[in-house]
Design a protein around this ligand. Sequence first.
Ligand code: LLP
Length: 442
Amino acid sequence: MHLYGTQTVNDKGHLTIGGVDAIDLAHTYGTPLNVYDIALFRERAKAFKETFKNAGMRAQVAYASKAFSSIAIYEVAEQEGLSLDVVSGGELHTAVAAGFPRERIHFHGNNKSFTELQYAFDEKIGCIVIDNFSEIALVKEIAETRKEKMNVLIRVTPGVEAHTHDYITTGQEDSKFGFDLKNGQTDEAFLQLHDHPYIELLGMHCHIGSQIFETDAFRLAAEALMEKMITWRDNHAFICTVLNLGGGFGIRYTEEDTPLAPAVYVEEMATVVLALTRSYNYPVPEIWIEPGRSLVGDAGTTLYTTGSAKVVPGVRTYIAVDGGMADNIRPALYGAHYTAASANRMDEPHDDKVTIAGKCCESGDKIIEEAYLAAPTEGDVIAVFCTGAYGYSMASNYNRLPKPAIVFCENGEHQLVVRRETYEDVIRLDIPLQKVKQEETI
Ligand code: LLP
């Protein structure tokens, strides 16, 4: 069994996270419960930042907060000197509520509304990552009306797409995001932005995929973007000061996943960029990256309590837990794999093969198809590891299940940072039918 970060087993045979007994957490806060190992988040953040520093490169490491957005995690990100990638007015509002430094907020999205863009200007955020021609028109309109400056990056699709261990290079990129680098759209966007009185074009952005385990795709993407930057210098005397290479660094969900240390990705990026800038005599740009999953993924563990069991003779045993696809849609949506353990009996052999099922009314609601647990009995606390990214952030109230609570653990302390939804929360936006007065119906 693989334990993550600060996780250990204490003398009661219980899982501990951040020095806190997971069973105590389950009793105190109830289940399902999302528990974050904050020391691990900090360690990952430091690893990305330090490597840029060691390579002597100016950089911003922006937490891609779509992976898990809450006021408290933004506060930790701020403590670690991270920047923040937000993709909606809602994430921006969360950052504002957390008091996150506005100049380190980067705003993404392929369909930012006029209202969202106004909000970004109101808050004087650090940068808007421009995705398409409609957005260029909106941003110009707002900047000109207000006579206010805004930093922007141009998001491009570099024709490099990476998924786990494979990457493909394509000529024309079929993606809803960004400007195509090769068909002239990126140059057109550049021409519309580079000498505008209120637009400060900083450079380019790309994001080539998620859960990537090799560096080649990042190298190819960096080369493609640098090549374009060099043509703009040669043809328009324009220098990009920022090169944003996105996120996508892989993590270990199961033993099949073989992630690289943050430093390996960063070193590769630094090597490519430094080599190209040297050979073309180009000023070294600041490198920005946007890790999401690799900052919060393995820092998060979900605790569930087991309920009913169903044996299908000769087929399998279902162990049902008190959550499911409402708090973690990834197995149902992507066929994502996780590992689990019996958090209250960590010291016992985990050799019972079971299927961990959720409690939603859907056959596909299984958290783990093949999990190995210590002979499960009703009332056990099951820990599902590595659920910190895109779990809570994609949670729903399917079947009107209240969303779980979230607890941060660090140095033996625990703190509730998102409270559990109540049934009242679940119906808080409902409006009953207007009562029609009886005499009017006669
Ligand atoms: N930057 C941009 C522009 C992105 O679109 C994303 C993720 C990231 C950074 C962060 O990528 P990460 O480091 O977390 O891989 N819901 C899916 C993942 C969707 C990723 C969307 N964009 C999942 O659960 O696997």
